[in-house]
Write a protein that binds this ligand. Structure first.
Ligand code: TSB
Ligand code: ZN
Length: 631
């Protein structure tokens, strides 16, 4: 069994796993198959295999929860017994009749571990009262187990009735009265393959949150609720950012007008930055022939992530998963001299990847995505400087968006995996060492991850944590000594000799899709002014003021501010509420006073401030705010 920390909370959580299984046996299926039962960060889970007619569903969880509370309040005593290998066989196969436990038992023994059991017990005298209403098969089953235990260990079990038996060596509480019955709560049902292997049977996993006390549980539940609120999957719908449709396909987002505004702003922003760094923008098709990807090595090393190929006339195409090969060909289109380098070829490029249907997640993990991609072709002596420029750009961009929750990760290959990674130890060692050196010089704290490298080289990734689900990579900067060789890229060096450039692959946003998903969550959709789909909403207090509202609207539009007038028959309060629901940064209210003074009454969504301004002052401030991309 794996390592664990022996803390009171761990003991409570782990004991609750036993309590959960006992409750399930009492109220759902007494002979359910039981499998693994670890304590985890927020509580515990237990995997069960129910018979078809007894399968548990969401609706059944309430009665399991109630039974767990009841069990905890029964002040059950937990008794540990250590047994010989031979006896453990009898326990698991004759008494418990649990075949998954037996599989584990055999492995523990093969690893030279000893076997112990924990028994949940109540006073034998109280049995009839405590187990009133409980399935008689359950009572008979534990009656048999009790009899055996009393004979074999009379000292330990005299006057006790066993209500649950599990093979276990982890620490437990001595008595369930050490557990606060208000400090745990069944979270959800999930599905899990036995041993995580999809060739095995699928089991039902029940997750339980468990904490020291009621307050900790409540705080945790609130945290989860808050995370759900931030989750872009809910917000996109309310705020019409994007949609998907079965007829288009899974993982194929359609960007709606509001989302499209955001994306366009992101494009403009990064376009300006990268153009100023000397990047050369190109457009290339989002397909290539299979031969292109055979040349690059993607066909051999990345095929499982690609859509299958299709034949058109004599050509066989794939939807491209990456843009590097196209950019390599653009590099090769000209004779290059050492003076020309670095050459930075750059594109907002649409890619397609075959992501397993189970992991596709709205805008965050899609099958059709758009990278802000660039490939930097450099001389060996330029790697460091160019790489540092990319890291600086990454840091700049995160600062511009006010993002602080991210981590650098150095992604390395697993040297043992000869299949995934291009096989050239010297190339890998050199590249990995170079990357480390640069990072250390830069003073960026980072972690290292074996196996996360691209097949063509090691990389620096920026990892972020979405509201729901595991961490994902946003920015990436990758070193590549391989693809330039495969494409036979060259430049003429000072000494007149032909040399091979090194390539740095980099995407700052990663993809517009994933970056937008993350931004939606991080900002709770209260975007900075420059990014907001609608920046200003003008509300005439009554119909006679619509003309003035339209005039202000026109004046703002001349300055390219995204603005509209609410001319509906709704009350002013309703209009304000509607604009606030859409999180419009500025609401301008106009009535008689504003008409007479050529002014506007401003309501700021973010700060809830309200003030009066002349129209010109407001326009000037808004334009400045937009142009400086203030947060
Ligand atoms: C940077 N060839 C390089 C490129 O030159 C490349 O494709 N790298 S990548 O595979 O790491 O992808 C770049 C970025 O795309 C990732 O860092 C990640 O932010 C984003 N990305 C990857 N897969 C998905 C996906 N399924 N959905 C949304 N974004 C994704
Ligand atoms: Zn690339």
């Amino acid at each position: 069994m794996s390592n664990h920390e022996d803390t009171p909370l761990f003991r409570q959580r782990h004991t609750l796993a036993h309590v959960l299984a006992e409750a399930v046996q009492r109220v759902q299926q007494w002979d359910v198959e039981v499998a693994i039962w670890p304590a985890i960060d927020n509580g515990l889970y237990y995997d069960f295999l129910f018979s078809e007619e007894k399968q548990i569903w969401e609706d059944d969880l309430k009665k399991v929860q109630d039974q767990m509370v009841k069990i905890v309040k029964e002040n059950q005593e937990l008794i540990r017994i250590d047994v010989s290998a031979e006896d453990s066989d009898y326990f698991v196969n004759q008494l418990m009749k649990q075949k998954y436990k037996d599989e584990m038992r055999r492995e523990f023994l093969a690893d030279g571990e000893s076997i112990s059991f924990y028994v949940n017990t109540i006073a034998e005298a109280a049995k009839d009262r405590v187990l009133e209403w409980i399935d008689e098969n359950y009572i008979k089953y534990y009656g048999g187990i009790t009899k055996y235990l009393q004979e074999k260990f009379p000292d330990k079990f005299a006057g006790k009735f066993a209500t649950f038996l599990d093979m276990c060596e982890w620490p437990h509480v001595e008595n369930t009265k050490e557990i606060d019955p208000k400090a745990f709560q069944i979270d959800k049902l999930a599905w899990a393959y036995w041993r995580g292997n999809s060739n095995n049977v699928m089991m039902t996993r029940i997750y339980v949150w468990a904490f020291e006390d009621k307050e900790h549980l409540k705080a945790y539940a609130e945290e989860v609720e808050e995370a759900k609120r931030r989750d872009h999957r809910k917000l996109w719908k309310d705020l019409s950012i994007f949609m998907s449709h079965d007829l288009v396909g899974k993982g194929m987002p359609l960007w709606l007008p509001n989302g499209a505004v955001i994306r366009k702003q992101l494009e403009n922003y990064i376009y300006e930055k990268e153009r100023n760094m000397g990047y050369m923008h190109v457009y290339t098709p989002c397909v290539g022939t299979v031969d292109l990807y055979k040349t690059s090595g993607h066909w051999d090393h990345y095929q499982e992530n690609m859509f299958p190929s299709m034949k058109v006339d004599e050509e066989e195409f794939v939807l491209r998963p990456m843009n590097c090969p196209h950019h390599m060909l653009i590099y090769a289109n000209d004779l290059r001299s050492y003076r020309d380098l670095p050459i930075r070829i750059w594109e907002f490029a649409t890619d397609f990847r075959y992501e397993a249907s189970g992991v596709v997640k709205w805008l965050e993990r899609v099958r059709c995505m758009c990278q802000n991609d660039a490939h930097l072709f450099v001389r060996p002596d330029q790697i460091w400087e160019e790489f540092k420029k990319v890291v600086t750009l990454i840091l700049d961009v995160y600062k511009d968006f006010g993002l602080t929750n991210y981590k650098f990760r150095l992604s390395l290959r697993d040297p043992a995996d000869k299949e995934k990674y291009f096989d050239d130890d010297q190339m890998w060692n050199e590249a990995e060492n170079k990357l480390r050196e640069v990072l250390n010089e830069f003073g960026c704290p980072y972690t290292e991850a074996i196996w996360e490298a691209a097949f063509y080289g090691p990389k620096l990734d920026v990892e972020v944590k979405p509201a729901v689900g595991p961490e994902v990579t946003l920015s990436t900067c990758q070193l590549d000594f391989l693809l330039p060789r495969r494409f036979k890229l060259e430049y003429t060096d000072k000494d007149g000799e032909k040399k091979t450039p090194v390539v740095i692959h980099r995407a700052i946003f990663g993809t517009f899709d994933r970056f937008t998903a993350f931004l939606l969550e991080e900002t709770k959709w209260v975007f900075p002014f420059w990014l907001a789909p609608e920046q200003v909403k003008i509300l005439p207090v009554a119909d006679p003021f619509i003309d003035y509202a339209n005039k202000v609207c026109e004046d703002l539009r001349k300055e390219n501010i995204r603005v509209s007038v609410d001319t509906s028959a709704d009350s002013l309060n309703k209009k304000i509420r509607n604009a606030e629901l859409m999180k419009v940064p500025y609401i301008l209210i106009v009535g008689e006073k504003e008409v007479n003074s050529n002014g506007v009454s401003v309501r700021v969504f973010k700060t809830k401030e309200q003030y009066e301004q002349s129209e010109t002052e407001f326009i000037k401030a808004a334009v400045e705010k937009r142009d400086t991309r203030a947060l």
